[in-house]
Design a protein around this ligand. Structure first.
Ligand SMILES: NC(=O)c1ccc[n+]([C@@H]2O[C@H](COP(=O)([O-])OP(=O)(O)OC[C@H]3O[C@@H](n4cnc5c(N)ncnc54)[C@H](O)[C@@H]3O)[C@@H](O)[C@H]2O)c1
Length: 379
């Protein structure tokens, strides 16, 4: 066991969703401790959350700029910052910590345009800092297994992908959604997209990381179905990858009956896989001879590079929190290795700032395609 790292959080204040999930995930392995925060836009909110979490009052900050400056000067300052605000604030917060020489974890989408993404990529590279973008789903053991078996050729060359991420929680204005729904539908806080940036971007990342395929161009139809909505809530995207394979992505927040139904089907010339995030303990593999196998987490059929992340034996279900924790496990191991001078690029087993930038370019191309009247747009 290495040194316990220290981290600070921006966002995750009273009533927030994902900040609390990050804290629980990081706690799972006891490799890092929360010691500082600017948890809310309001200082009262930061004080409330800080008190509830037992953070020393002198490490509760009014702004993330103040936090980055103060923490970088302390002997016992934070090793990494976790940015879990609504999308519009990601860029400035990440930039402040990178400039202060602090590693960063930021939730998706990385930021709201590709100029910002390039700048964050550049800063992380030039400063030699690690940058995790928490696309949660690639943390699942079975998602990593999918990547491994595709890499080793179990389904042959990938020819086509069909992936969907339907949710129903924003099917009607004002009925559900609460605090989380209101900022997602507000261009000032969400950027130029709601649904595609929120969950379509998870499809893009999950498929990219499982297959290793790079997108060449997209044709998108991003619709605002609920009357009065300013941003998209139902999106169809046709995809062409650089190797000539094709894909079809559907993301929706108006699909009543679905909770969080990310499903990925990948078809090669030797077989196919199906992975469903609501049942992440297994993955289905079909070979071209018609034989169907379910690979279950916890068994010897799981590739070692994925199996090493399992915490529990088979039949003792792991889920979303464990997936997020697995991203942090690799991120924290890499920070420790940097400190020890043993870091190597092939240790990185989490989505990075470059993957986040790919996500932002995907979103921009889809927006352009939609504005052009649903034409093909190169990335
Ligand atoms: N990885 C995933 O699966 C996943 C799931 C949900 C949300 N997200 C992402 O997480 C981010 C947050 O989403 P959420 O649903 O938790 O939102 P939320 O509204 O529940 O929480 C946002 C928090 O950020 C705080 N905040 C806003 N601006 C701030 C600032 N300038 N300084 C400090 N705090 C500030 C708010 O006060 C609030 O506490 C979004 O980017 C979203 O896309 C990712």
């Amino acid at each position: 066991m290495g040194r316990k790292l220290h981290y600070g959080m921006v966002g995750g204040g009273p009533g927030a969703f994902i900040g609390d999930a990050h804290r629980r995930s990081i706690n799972l392995d006891g490799m890092a401790e929360l010691v500082a925060g600017c948890f809310s836009r309001s200082y009262e909110g930061t004080l409330e959350t800080g008190k509830a979490l037992g953070i020393a009052p002198d490490r509760l900050y009014r702004t993330f700029e103040e936090m980055a400056a103060a923490e970088s000067k302390r002997e016992d300052g934070i090793d990494f910052a976790v940015v879990v605000t609504p999308n519009h604030a990601h860029y400035a917060a990440c930039k402040a910590f990178l400039e202060a020489g602090i590693h960063v974890s930021c939730d998706k989408p990385l930021c709201v345009n590709s100029e910002q993404a390039l700048e964050l990529e550049r800063l992380a590279r030039e400063k030699g800092l690690l940058f995790l973008v928490t696309y949660t789903y690639m943390g699942h053991v079975t998602a990593k297994h999918a990547r491994e078996i595709i890499k080793r050729g179990d389904i042959g060359t990938v020819r086509t992908v069909a992936a969907e991420y339907p949710q129903g929680w924003l099917a009607h204005e004002g009925e559900w959604g609460g605090k989380q729904g209101s900022w997602r539908c507000d261009p000032k806080q969400s950027g130029d997209t709601n649904c595609l940036g929120d969950i379509g971007t998870h499809i893009e990342n999950t498929v990219a990381m499982m297959t290793g395929l790079k997108i060449r161009r997209v044709l998108a139809k991003m619709d605002k179905v609920v009357p009065g909505r300013l941003l998209d809530d139902n999106d169809f995207v046709l995809v062409e990858y650089e190797n000539g394979a094709t894909g079809m992505y559907w993301s929706s927040q108006i699909a009543i009956g679905h909770d969080n139904s990310l499903r990925v089907r990948i078809y090669g010339d030797g077989g196919s896989i199906q992975w469903f995030q609501e049942e992440p303990e297994k993955i289905t593999v079909v070979k071209k001879d018609g034989s169907l196998t379910e690979h279950h987490r916890g068994y010897g059929s799981i590739a070692p590079a994925a199996a090493k992340y399992a915490r529990l034996p088979s039949g003792h279900p792991e889920g979303w929190i464990e997936a997020m924790a697995n991203l942090y496990r690799s991120f924290i191991e890499c920070i420790r290795a940097k400190e020890a001078g043993t870091f190597a690029e092939d240790m990185v087993d989490f989505p990075t700032v470059s993957d986040g930038a790919d996500g932002v370019r995907f979103i921009e191309a889809c927006l352009k395609s939609t504005r052009n009247g649903n034409t093909w747009v190169e990335l």
